[in-house]
Write a protein that binds this ligand. Structure first.
Ligand code: ZN
Length: 369
């Protein structure tokens, strides 16, 4: 059986790019086996608050479990080999671990040199289940983990998210954002992280920004789902009503039909005014009038290795993703007193002219008083 591996590397606050990162993303269609996972966590040392790293790791597991109710995560305080004997940079030995090390199973490229990662997680899976995950925390960062409050907890919650099958998020409030700003506060899951949990381990309806039912323009049933919303506070909250001067960012995520894994295609966004005038988002990030609804321009490429893929529909510049088009401001675009409806969709190269889309749009309204 084909087993796939993925590396997720976390750089904190260093301003570095990594991965093919993008609202929430799901790396692969497989969940945890039996929705449960046990780590052998050998994490000697103490956190700033007087608890051990092991206790801290348990607390990090609980952040996800408390938010889901459908997953069971546990850790055993026991030293086990993290690395495979077979090759450098491989953790695939059948044991889930969480450890400190100064190299990633003999590969020194992540924890040394100009790009220093706080942790690297390697996950392997087959089409049915996540088989193994290993989190290796950078031993060289231990002095920071030991002294900076919340730092280790942030990194651990993020890395555990990868072991649940979550990729990176474009939503700045998400714990799964590719560039975490650590410390200062206790990590909490954002709406985006909760939607990732709902899509993978819960009920899609538990995601508060689910865009209705998934539909196909050819009338076929689909289990595709669409998520998205407009925010002025980095995704901590999503709204429909805005003040004319609000700086609005709109995030969306396409969760592909399960039969569409590994099929190439495109993302699409269509905006409609109240009068039914249509615009399509182009790959350059801008919206242009839509002439033909049977042939919608691409807003970006559908990535075959992602099960769920996100898109910043409109928003301020963010890190290494789509082009920046700036926030949507009602006064700037003369939209005060108006409502604009944004529909999120995708298509497959093998089915030209067929669009999979969310039945409900993202609504953005500006009051005129
Ligand atoms: Zn990461």
């Amino acid at each position: 059986m084909k087993v796939t591996r993925m590396l997720s590397i976390l750089f904190l606050g260093a301003g570095l790019l990594h991965g093919s990162a993008q609202a929430f993303e799901l790396s692969f269609p497989s969940p945890l086996r039996n929705n449960s996972h046990t780590y052998y966590a050998h994490l000697p040392g103490m956190l700033p608050g007087g608890h051990s790293f092991f206790e801290g790791f348990i607390r990090s597991l609980a952040v996800w479990m408390d938010a889901s109710g459908n997953i069971r995560l546990s850790a055993i305080d026991e030293e086990r080999e993290a690395c495979s004997d077979n090759s450098i940079g491989s953790t695939q030995n059948g044991v889930n671990t969480a450890t400190f090390s100064d190299s990633f199973c003999g590969d020194d490229s992540y924890f040394a040199g100009p790009t220093v990662a706080d942790a690297v997680t390697q996950t392997s899976w087959n089409p049915f289940a996540i088989l193994e995950s290993d989190i290796i925390f950078n031993e060289g960062r231990k002095p920071l983990f030991e002294t900076v409050e919340h730092y280790f907890h942030h990194v651990a919650v993020h890395e555990i998210g990868h072991t649940l099958g979550f990729g990176h998020s474009a939503v700045r409030s998400a714990i799964m954002v590719s560039r975490l700003s650590h410390g200062r506060r206790d990590p909490v899951l954002s709406i985006d992280d909760r939607c990732a949990l709902a899509m993978r381990y819960g009920n899609p309806a538990d995601c508060p920004i689910l865009l209705g039912e998934g539909l196909a323009t050819n009338g076929r049933d689909t289990n595709a789902r669409f998520v998205g919303g407009a925010t002025t506070d980095r995704g901590w909250s999503f709204h429909q009503q805005f003040e004319p001067s609000d700086r609005i960012t709109i995030y969306g995520t396409v969760v592909k039909d399960r039969s569409h894994a590994r099929r190439p295609g495109n993302l699409h966004v269509v905006a409609s005014t109240e009068d039914g005038v249509l615009f399509a988002r182009h790959a350059d990030g801008n919206f242009h009038p839509l002439a033909d609804v049977e042939s919608i321009p691409s807003a970006g490429e559908l990535k075959i290795d992602l099960y769920a893929q996100d898109l910043v529909i409109i928003g301020t510049r963010h890190f290494g993703r789509e082009p920046s088009v700036g926030p949507l401001i009602g006064t700037v675009y003369q939209l005060v007193g108006q409502t604009v409806y944004f529909y999120l969709a995708y298509s497959l190269d093998e089915e030209p002219g067929v669009y999979y889309y969310g039945s409900e749009p993202i609504r953005v309204s500006w009051s005129d008083d």
